[in-house]
Design a protein around this ligand. Structure first.
Ligand code: EPU
Length: 446
């Protein structure tokens, strides 16, 4: 198992480009299951989640060619419609094959995803949406089994207690492209990843309008074809890099920064005193070049995570780490996954003063964090610990870095190129060596 050893206190500077978006790419790979003909996806990030999805696509009978950041997917009519628990349990996002499989084969069997470190993650809205299209759904041995001789368009409401559902919207939107008649999704997720999926589906021959708004209209068609699609930049990675610059008192220029998709984050960063300067004001704001600087004399801020265009839950943990360095008290409220706070106790080990009550955390600004051994427990929480390690005094070791590798492509290489000092090491080998040396020196084990 890999870990990171971070020597803190290095100021980041230089230039970096944002990779393609994991959360856009995963449902797009699933959507390729519906195409007659090859789908070419470009600008894919190299991540373990993408590798897991490739494994699932192959199991489903898809031919996959992976070449750097390009991926070619081709499915035939005799593919499989069973996504087994072995793979689904490694990645919850596998649920996004449900709608495409149902659309292509008229049936799908997908293992019900289990719980997850960031809280309960039900799929009731996905199922309700597909049922509204005429699918018959039952649970069998832990699998969701969906069947429909012919999906039929209708009006579907996808709002839930915590807003809409991103992957649920993706599933229903995909299935509806092959339904008879018109489907209207009300209270659809407005996230940019849904907009990017609609662009891809339209280039496959679908007819979707309104993606990016709470009402999406889909006119069903009988066939979808191959396409060539460029995956949008990863807004979560972009924001993490911006915070890395800010927290190290840095001066980093970020290319392919999706400013349009990060307005709530940019607003909160500016409220704390971080400067984000667009270097190419004439380019479209979806992929711009931004210089992020900060003196790290930060002001406190309040923010609440919300569905897009609100502050993203996927940047809550990283922003909380930044606010540890503010001069005063900040308040962070999590409204999407109210238990997504596993990073709080780890930050406390580094000297942060963070107090949680339910879905709210008060962050009392401190002047310094001090390096410590900490443990990653989920993807974005791990990123927040890396940020803390960059800014802390001394050495921070982070174990279970495989959580980070799910969503950040060799983050240590990217940050080291900007002047950070991060070493990836084998935690098990190091523990074994230290146990051996304890034995040979006779250190008592209690
Ligand atoms: N929800 C329901 N019922 C459902 C589905 C969701 O009540 O059927 C609730 C969830 O429990 C949650 C809220 O609705 O409270 C939003 O969940 P959503 O379904 O939108 O989450 P998701 O689609 O499973 C995607 C991202 C997550 C991101 C969320 C919210 C992917 C692969 N995952 O998950 O990304 O946090 O949207 O924006 O796109 C990450 O990248 O670290 C990550 C967790």
């Amino acid at each position: 198992m890999d870990g990171f050893r971070i020597t803190g206190g290095k100021r980041l500077s230089g230039r970096i480009r944002v990779d393609g978006s994991k959360n856009a790419a995963l449902p797009q790979m699933a959507a390729a299951l519906m195409a007659k003909g090859p789908v070419q996806l470009r600008n894919l990030p190299r991540l373990s989640d993408i590798d897991n999805m490739v494994r699932l696509m192959k199991e489903l009978g898809c031919k996959v060619e992976h070449d750097g950041s390009d991926l070619r997917l081709e499915t035939s009519d005799d593919g499989s419609w069973h996504a087994r628990y072995d793979i689904v349990k490694t990645m919850r996002a596998s649920i996004c094959v449900l709608g495409p499989l149902l659309a292509r084969y008229g049936q799908a069997r997908v293992a019900m995803p289990g719980g997850c470190a960031i809280g309960d993650r039900p799929v009731d809205l996905h199922l309700r949406g597909l049922e509204a299209l005429g699918a018959k759904i039952e649970l069998d041995g832990g699998d969701i089994v969906a069947r429909a001789d012919r999906l039929k368009g209708g009006t579907i409401f996808l709002g839930g207690p915590f807003g809409s559902t991103v992957l649920g919207t993706a599933n229903v939107m995909c299935a509806a492209t092959r339904a008879e008649g018109v489907t209207i999704i009300e209270s659809a997720a407005c996230e940019p990843e849904i907009q990017d999926l609609a662009v891809m589906l339209n280039s496959m021959g679908a007819s979707i309008s309104g993606a990016g708004t709470p009402r999406i209209t889909i006119r069903g068609c009988t066939e979808l074809y191959g396409c060539d699609h460029q995956v949008m930049p990863d807004r979560i990675v972009a924001a993490t890099l911006a915070i890395a610059s800010a927290i190290t008192n840095g001066d980093v220029t970020i290319e392919d920064f999706p400013m349009d998709h990060l307005l709530a984050v940019v607003d909160r960063l500016q409220a704390t005193g971080v400067r984000l300067e667009r270097l190419d004001p004439l380019e479209p704001a979806g992929r711009c070049t931004v210089k992020v600087t900060s003196e790290r004399r930060l002001k406190p801020a309040l923010f609440t995570t919300q569905p897009y265009p609100g502050f993203p839950t996927d940047i809550q943990a990283q922003m909380m780490t930044l606010l540890c360095f503010a001069d005063g008290n900040s308040i962070v409220t999590e409204k999407i996954f109210p238990d997504r706070f596993l990073h709080v106790s780890e930050l406390t080990r580094m000297g942060a003063l963070v107090y949680r009550q339910g879905g709210t955390v008060v962050v009392q600004g401190v002047n310094r964090l001090v390096g410590a051994p900490v443990m990653a427990s989920d993807l974005r929480g791990s990123a927040s610990l890396v940020l803390a390690g960059l800014a802390a005094e001394g050495t921070t070791t982070i174990s279970r870095i495989y959580h980070l590798d799910r969503g950040y492509s060799r983050l240590e290489d990217q940050l080291n190129a900007l002047g950070a000092d991060i070493e990836r090491f084998d935690v098990d080998a190091e523990e074994a060596r230290s146990a051996e040396s304890d034995c040979s020196t006779g250190t008592p084990v209690t």
